[in-house]
Design a binder for this molecule. Structure first.
Ligand code: PEP
Ligand code: MN
Length: 337
């Protein structure tokens, strides 16, 4: 349900309305739309009576929610969203490059990778501290120690850091993480999405391996409807009948998302392929399709990596791929630094 507010509503009336809606168990997300303030109601909307709400003096009209994506769709927000993290811009013609190890393993490992990816032109360092693993017996990350190492790398290099959060209860530990990654497995963890909607940090939302583009956008809508506008989407391959590669990169998701949403969309060619040699061709495809950036896994010694070594580029390979990526992104008219 959408409430369109009267133009001359006073701050006192506004506060009374907010308290009234909260009392009904409703959350109101505020948006400015064609000069009018609108409130998108979520929560226990079945308790909201349209007749009563439209009789309130501060309410101009009450509209049913016809659009399932009132915040994520381009209809409501024609301009591209640009997410800013320090000096880095994501979306709106900028091409963003994030790279790093799948998992933070040690200070030496992380710092050497961070320095190399920075020298090659990456703008953000990505490393997992809390790792969702398919098997409970696999290495699942250094957890708090991993976050401390990311803090060190951030201080030493100045690179903003991106790391995966798996549970809302861990949020206080992620204070020094610049972008909170929601992994593919958690794309539909709605409590986590709601909690990230209440914070204001950028969220990198990865598409689930069996999720449709509409489901990805609905998950983004959860975060947006909490008031957090800093959502970045990531296509990382979906599961198909092909078994020679880890996933299938759904390249059509890029133009589809660009058409239907204003949110930036990155491609993760590393998880899409699962094979290091395929990262470069998929990265080129991502640029040609209009993606807003890439997330690439890099390791100082891929053969010994504790997680995802087969798809990780070594530092020299990454530097070569970056040269090609920057050249092609610039050719497509993207801003690369
Ligand atoms: C990752 O980014 O290392 C990861 C686990 O990716 P995904 O959630 O896409 O599988
Ligand atoms: Mn990985």
């Amino acid at each position: 349900m959408i409430l369109v507010l009267n133009k001359d509503i006073s701050p006192q009336q506004d506060a009374r309305l907010t308290a009234y809606l909260e009392g009904l168990g409703l959350t109101a997300t505020r948006q400015l739309c064609q000069g009018k303030t609108i409130l998108l109601l979520s929560g226990q909307t079945d308790r909201a009576d349209a007749g009563i709400l439209s009789s309130l003096p501060m309410v101009e009209s009450v509209l049913p929610l016809a659009d399932p994506l009132p915040l994520a769709s381009r209809r409501s927000h024609p301009a591209d969203t640009v997410v800013q993290v320090g000096d880095v811009f994501i979306g709106g013609g900028h091409f963003c490059l994030m790279a790093g190890p799948c998992t933070v393993e040690s200070e030496e490992q992380l710092l050497s990778i961070a320095r190399s990816v920075q020298a090659a032109g990456a703008q953000l360092l990505r490393g997992g501290a809390y790792k969702p693993r398919t098997s409970p017996y696999s290495f699942s990350g250094l957890r708090e120690e991993g976050l401390a190492l990311l803090r060190t790398a951030r201080r030493e290099t100045g690179l903003p850091v991106v790391s995966e959060i798996m549970s809302a209860t861990d949020l206080p530990l992620f204070e020094d993480v610049d972008i909170l990654q929601v992994g593919a497995r958690n794309m539909q963890n709605y409590d986590l999405l709601r909690a990230l909607g209440r914070c204001r940090k950028p969220v990198l939302l990865k598409r689930g391996p069996a999720a449709t583009v509409q489901e990805l956008l609905l998950s983004a809508e959860y975060i947006l409807s909490g008031g957090n506008e800093n959502v970045i989407l990531c296509e990382r391959g979906i599961r198909t009948f092909e078994h020679l590669i880890r996933n299938n990169l759904d390249i059509s998701a890029v133009p589809l998302i660009k058409k239907h949403s204003h949110l930036p969309i990155l491609i993760d060619p590393s998880h899409a392929a699962g094979i290091a040699w395929m990262v470069e061709p998929l990265a080129k495809a991502a640029i040609a399709a209009g993606a807003d950036g890439l997330m690439i896994e890099v390791h100082n010694n891929p053969k010994e990596a504790l997680c995802d070594g087969a798809q990780s580029l070594n530092m020299d390979q990454f530097a070569d791929v970056m040269k090609e990526v920057k050249r092609r992104a610039a050719f497509e008219g993207k801003i690369t630094d």
